[in-house]
Write a protein that binds this ligand. Structure first.
Ligand SMILES: Nc1ncnc2c1ncn2[C@@H]1O[C@H](COP(=O)(O)OP(=O)(O)O)[C@@H](O)[C@H]1O
Ligand SMILES: [Mg+2]
Length: 321
């Protein structure tokens, strides 16, 4: 059994014009593995993570099933409390989602440690120093009395990661953990996350809009488009031969060092369907260079063959045997 098993997870928001942000998503994360979810802004990546951890906005409803270590997280009791106790850590896109601005770093980390494992405040402070060293924050002890705004963006993100690790999670949710950072700092944080997973034997569900971030880090890649997973495969396989035209477009948009200097950034033409609009056919059809008549009228089902799956009537490659 996988550590995290998501089945037919759907997220609906009430309001003027009902919005389905996540639509029947299936996804699993094996112990000690890293799964990356990639997709453009607005595709439902954050709502997927928030639904799993019971953190949706008040107008949101999740249905389906999310099992962590065999226990159902949806619908029973206070999911946020169960998550905190159960071993999922959460690093938010913006470190301010993880850190309180007006409280000292040491206090915040220690409090999380006390709440999670019932240790004394003093023991939790020592643990906080160890965790800050673990995320390679220079002069860790000296920073205990800092406020978050006294640190650079990269250091703040290291502290946010340390805070997420304090309860010693088995699984880390990382939602665009590097988007707010400079390119060089991005690479450092990604390398840090990879090291931490190895050192702590932790699994990771990493969300990003940037495929460049995931190569070398993810074991599996799942591509999300307009609330659905449209392709999922082992990372090596996916990066070598993406099967969904949208996946291929995302890969082609990753800038490469081989690009001639001054070449234009490639993007996928067009925009995703507006949330709430229902197309009879494939959601990507209006933007797809490979579309045929059937794509317009018939919604492609997600078909799993072996360890890989795709939702496309005319995949770019055959499934591997
Ligand atoms: N509280 C809310 N009420 C209504 N719609 C929402 C709410 N929160 C998010 N959404 C919508 O859900 C969709 C998916 O958002 P999100 O998961 O944040 O995308 P991303 O892939 O960029 O993380 C978006 O269309 C967004 O506008
Ligand atoms: Mg997001």
């Amino acid at each position: 059994m996988a550590l995290l098993e998501i089945n037919r997870l759907t997220v609906d928001f009430d309001g003027p014009g009902a919005i389905r942000a996540v639509d029947h998503v299936d996804l699993s994360v094996e112990r000690r593995s890293c799964v990356a979810i990639v997709g453009e802004s607005g595709s439902g990546k954050s709502q997927l993570l928030l639904a799993c951890t019971g953190l949706l906005a008040a107008n949101g409803r999740a249905s389906g099933s999310v099992r962590f270590d065999g226990n159902e997280l949806l619908g029973a009791g206070d999911p946020a409390a169960r998550i905190r106790g159960s071993g999922i850590g959460f690093v938010f896109q913006d470190a301010s989602g993880s850190l309180t601005p007006h409280r000292r770093i040491g206090e915040q980390l220690a409090e999380t440690g006390v709440a999670a494992s019932g240790i004394t405040h003093q023991a939790a402070l020592s643990e906080a120093v160890r965790m800050l060293e673990r995320v390679r924050l220079p002069e860790a002890r000296r920073h205990l009395t800092d406020y978050p705004h006294e640190l650079s963006g990269g250091m703040r993100q290291r502290v946010a990661i340390a805070a997420a690790l304090m309860p010693r999670p088995q699984l880390l949710f990382a939602d665009e953990p590097t988007t707010a950072l400079d390119v060089t700092v991005q690479a450092e944080i990604i390398a840090l996350l990879a090291d931490l997973c190895r050192e702590l034997g932790m699994a990771m569900l990493l969300v990003t809009h940037d495929l460049g971030v995931v190569s070398g880090l993810a074991d599996r890649i799942a591509v999300m488009y307009a609330g659905r997973i449209v392709e999922s495969a082992a990372a090596v396989r996916f990066l070598a031969a993406p099967r969904h035209p949208y996946s291929a477009g995302l890969l082609a948009a990753v800038p490469s060092l081989d690009d001639p200097p001054g070449s234009e950034l490639r993007t996928i033409a067009g925009t995703p369907p507006r949330p709430g609009t229902i197309l009879p056919g494939c959601r990507f059809e209006p933007r797809c260079e490979h579309r045929q008549a059937r794509c317009r009228s018939e919604d492609p089902a997600f078909i799993m063959q072996g360890a890989a799956g795709v939702a496309c009537h005319f995949p770019l490659h055959e499934a591997e045997p």
